[in-house]
Write a protein that binds this ligand. Structure first.
Ligand code: NAD
Ligand code: G6P
Ligand code: MN
Length: 447
């Protein structure tokens, strides 16, 4: 066998992200599987990134001093000599997420990060920033791959398909693997690696058609359906001891989503499309998920970084416990770097993967990941119900990209009005009109 002594260089775009320390710990712990020579951070907010960067410098120095580490706001420095770009940016940060959530709620419409009008507003903000990062990567490291988590993934993926069709960018989501880890636990297995599956739909909008034991091929759907019918994806006990209350609600609510279409198992995000009235009734328009994050996750992450910097050591840090979000992206880099052809989900042009849907829509389907990128796996037909749901939602996503391309007010209004979470075109207009001024620094001028 030829000796493979490659070591890779990664840049995390969105170095100041709350998920960055989790990426670092996972990368460090996976040095036998995915060896690194360099990690860099890139962000446009120097101050925010510094807080995370200084703590991560200590973590890396203590645990993997052989890896060169730096952080910067200079694109040339960041994107030169890298093999992988992790996309983890939030355009407009939590301040804008708060508007995405609160403006629709003012009009009795779901206020959610990646679904409904909030998700479309966020997607429109992300398009130019993601394209810019792709362009930096291609200019300074033309052989690199970008693995992108930055939302709204469905809209970002459609923009990539239209504007950068040849670029080496793969748009991914951690929700299905989070749910699959729950499925594994429900079936007495360890995690998502223990399951084989067919899942199809759009990002944050899909269904499992098959779930099997990866080793034995046993059909796990009957066991899972029985469990989800009663408990949703809530596992409880030690497994859920750190799960935040609103996420517990979400995993439990999957029970009601399953009830509507019991042939398949739903993504938890279907709650926003099946039960928008329930979501609105249970929301506080003055205290949304963003406020919870500011009070909890962001506080903990930045507090822990400060503690590490002051102590000068990262002993006993909170990220030693592995997070699925970072495990997944490292798995994917490994599959690409070593051409393993492992199966993961990606958001890609359909091209027949779901046989009764158009070729040119972006879908989230299982793919084989290797050195040449992703090869979709045929999923067969979407059910009648799913096909109807998908075509409505994907049209909204396409209209947002039309609005970006044409600077069109009308297209964005249509996207909102068509969406299943919005009851009326006038309501859609009011939401849009409130969103335009706050999004002015990020959106094209819609005429
Ligand atoms: P965060 O607000 O904590 O961090 C985002 C960082 O991005 C900030 O430091 C910000 O300054 C930076 N940023 C904004 N615009 C930028 C630009 N143009 N170039 C470089 N940096 C820029 O966000 P977070 O909550 O940690 O989430 C990060 C991203 O990951 C978000 O897009 C979120 O939606 C996404 N996410 C996706 C998944 C998924 O399943 N795909 C899962 C979790 C999080
Ligand atoms: C899941 C989804 C992400 C989304 C996140 C929001 O992980 O897959 O796409 O960004 O949830 O979680 P939060 O805790 O930020 O509300
Ligand atoms: Mn996601």
């Amino acid at each position: 066998m030829v000796k493979d002594d490659r070591k890779f260089s990664v840049v995390i775009a969105g170095g100041g992200s709350t998920f960055t320390p989790g990426f670092i710990l996972r990368l460090i712990n996976q040095q036998d599987k995915f060896p690194l020579r360099q990690i860099k951070f890139y962000d446009i907010d120097a101050e925010r990134q510094k807080k995370i960067g200084d703590a991560c410098a200590i973590i890396i120095k203590e645990r993997a001093p052989q890896i060169k580490f730096s952080y910067t706001t200079d694109p040339e420095e960041a994107f030169t000599d890298v093999d992988f770009v992790f996309g983890s940016i939030r355009v407009g940060k939590y301040e804008m997420r708060s508007h995405d959530e609160k403006i629709p709620l003012k009009y009795g419409v779901n206020g959610q990060e990646t679904t409904g009008p909030g998700g479309m507003a966020y997607g429109l903000r992300s398009i130019p920033a993601i394209i810019q990062i792709i362009d930096y990567m291609e200019k300074y490291s033309p052989n690199a791959w970008m693995i992108n988590y930055s939302n709204t993934i469905a809209i970002v993926s459609e923009a990539c398909r239209r504007f950068r069709p040849k670029s080496k960018v793969i748009n991914i989501c951690d929700m299905p693997i989070d749910i699959m880890t729950r499925m594994a636990r429900i079936c007495g297995l360890k995690d998502y690696h223990d399951l084989d599956f067919i899942y199809y739909g759009l990002n944050h909008f899909g269904w499992w058609k098959e779930v099997r034991n990866y080793k034995t091929g046993e059909d796990l759907m009957p066991k899972l359906k029985k469990y989800v019918r009663e408990n949703g994806y809530y596992v409880g006990g030690d497994f859920d001891k750190d799960t935040e209350a609103s996420w517990v609600e979400t995993f439990k609510k999957a029970k009601d989503c399953y009830a509507l279409e019991p042939d398949t198992l739903p993504n938890t995000y279907m709650q926003y499309y099946y039960y928008p009235q329930y979501e609105v009734a249970h929301a506080d328009p003055h205290h949304t998920r963003t406020d919870e994050i500011l009070e909890y996750r962001q506080k903990i992450v930045f507090g822990e970084c400060k503690r590490i910097v002051e102590a000068g050591t990262a002993k006993n840090n909170i990220w030693d416990k592995n997070a699925i979000h970072s495990e997944y992206i490292v798995d994917i880099c490994h599959a690409i770097a070593y051409n393993t052809h492992e199966k993961f989900l990606a958001n890609i042009p359909n091209n027949g993967a779901i046989s009764n849907l158009p070729d040119d829509i972006i879908v989230e389907v299982p793919c084989l990941f290797g050195a040449d990128g992703v090869q979709p796996i045929a999923c067969g037909e979407a059910g009648r119900f799913q096909r109807g749901m998908i075509m409505e939602q994907v049209t909204c996503e396409q209209l947002v990209v039309d609005a970006y391309e044409q600077h069109s007010y009308e297209k964005m209004w249509q996207a909102f009005a068509l969406n299943k979470t919005v009851p009326d075109a006038l309501v859609a207009k009011k939401i849009l009109d409130d969103m335009i001024p706050v999004n002015a620094p990020y959106w094209p001028e819609l005429k």
